[in-house]
Design a protein. Structure first.
Length: 259
């Protein structure tokens, strides 16, 4: 696995909604090697507070060597990142981990919940590079409200995907969970890619298993190193244990011991 440590300059900062930030970085080495589903470890400042790097999935890359991170401000590390402005630099280590396997022929479905939508946009764009017809690939997106979801849903729609939305408060699309949208599309797809909250992915994995549809899940875990040394991202697997940073973050749903 090729990985780089790179000083990446911030080119742009967007606040998509309250506490939801998208940073565009110039990181040509990491961007050129990145595969959908992989992540980077980010050093969020020059001080020792916070001390450890933080993991972020790669939201998308460009041919010019730019890379985007999408995150929600939830703790000290993300608060530090949210304060940064264009012109400042971040220390990246990556790309890391195992990404999604690209389906080149049969229809697929992308299911994203909350910030789990982030790596799916990179995946959606990369799938199109293989000549897929996006109108046959449903994309199911869920979030708390229209404010958090509308722009991201529009970006998938602009790529040509068949987009379906769900919000907790009913302000966009289906009033309820994104998993409520899954059953009607399962008979017409061969594989489901999913990233989001653990309970959501557990439900998707179970329904795919029952329908005989392949399913790949992108797990999140606390990480101190991202390289398999700290063992902080260990999860239970059907055969023992696995490290999210090395065996994942993308797993076949059947490899995970869902609890």
């Amino acid at each position: 696995m090729t990985k780089f440590q790179e000083k990446a300059q911030i080119l742009d900062r967007q606040e998509l909604a309250a506490s939801i930030i998208r940073l565009t970085l110039h990181a040509p080495l990491v961007a050129a090697a990145a595969h959908p589903g992989q992540f980077v470890m980010v050093r969020v400042g020059d001080s020792f507070d916070p001390l450890l790097r933080r993991p972020f999935s790669i939201h998308q890359v460009s041919a010019g060597g730019d890379l985007q991170l999408l995150f929600k401000v939830v703790g000290q590390g993300t608060r530090c990142l949210a304060r940064l402005r264009p012109g400042e630099k971040l220390d990246l280590l990556g790309p890391l981990g195992r990404g999604f396997r690209l389906q080149r022929e049969d229809p697929v479905c992308l299911v994203g919940g909350g910030m789990g939508i982030a790596p799916l946009y990179f995946l959606g764009k990369r799938l199109l590079m293989h000549g897929r017809l996006p109108e046959f690939d449903p994309v199911l997106l869920g979030a708390a409200s229209q404010r958090e979801l509308a722009l991201l849903a529009d970006e998938f729609f602009a790529l040509g995907y068949d987009v379906h939305t769900a919000t907790d408060d009913g302000t966009l699309g289906h009033h309820g969970f994104v998993t409520d949208l899954l059953d009607p599309v399962l008979p017409r797809v061969s594989r489901v890619y999913v990233c989001g909250p653990y309970p959501m992915m557990r439900i998707v994995a179970a329904r795919c298993l029952a329908a005989g549809v392949e399913c790949e899940v992108s797990l999140e875990a606390h990480m101190a190193c991202g390289l398999g040394a700290c063992l902080g991202c260990t999860v239970r697997a059907t055969e023992g244990y696995a490290h999210v940073c090395l065996q994942g973050p993308v797993f076949d749903a059947g490899e995970v011991a869902w609890q």
